[in-house]
Design a protein around this ligand. Structure first.
Ligand SMILES: Cc1cc2nc3c(=O)[nH]c(=O)nc-3n(C[C@H](O)[C@H](O)[C@H](O)COP(=O)(O)O)c2cc1C
Length: 135
């Protein structure tokens, strides 16, 4: 639900020559991800860490990390009240040398309120600016 909300908000801002797509971690197209100008990566908080499927992305891509160096990224997590996975996600982003846009969008269950939507809008605009500056 949060991924879909972020996708819909981002779609409102993107210029016509941009394309965005949403991918499920269980059926990731890593070749497509390597070509993306920016990434938004999210996960439920499971045991204070990101989900196993998201971790696989980082495990598999670590040897290819030069591809992602300097690319803008922001994260989002859903959690049951603690949300420590946020720190893990930021550490994983750092390991890949992404250009990290903060804050991580952190939501308890399905509580996507106007404050969260405002954070999402800001992060999306920051990402667009970075991408447009690079191109
Ligand atoms: C196996 C498991 C472990 C979880 N561990 C945590 C946790 O350590 N901290 C936390 O805040 N929420 C935890 N939760 C709650 C989930 O983060 C929350 O239910 C989830 O974000 C909802 O998304 P989902 O419907 O995609 O699972 C856990 C849930 C499951 C199923």
């Amino acid at each position: 639900m949060l991924a879909k909300r972020i996708f819909d908000i981002f779609r409102e801002f993107i210029p016509n020559d941009f394309t965005i797509s949403m991918m499920d971690a269980t059926t990731m197209d890593t070749a497509k991800l390597q070509k993306a100008n920016g990434l938004i990566i999210g996960s439920p908080d499971y045991f204070g860490y990101v989900s196993g499927y998201i971790k696989i992305f980082f495990d598999d891509m670590y040897s290819e990390r030069s591809v992602f160096k300097g690319r803008p990224v922001f994260g989002f997590i859903t959690h049951g009240g603690k949300g420590n996975a946020q720190k893990s996600l930021l550490q994983l982003f750092s390991s890949m040398k992404f250009q990290i846009i903060e804050p991580v969008i952190s939501v308890t269950m399905d509580k996507i309120n106007s404050k969260i939507e405002g954070q999402i809008q800001k992060n999306c605009l920051k990402m667009l600016k970075i991408i447009q500056k690079k191109s």
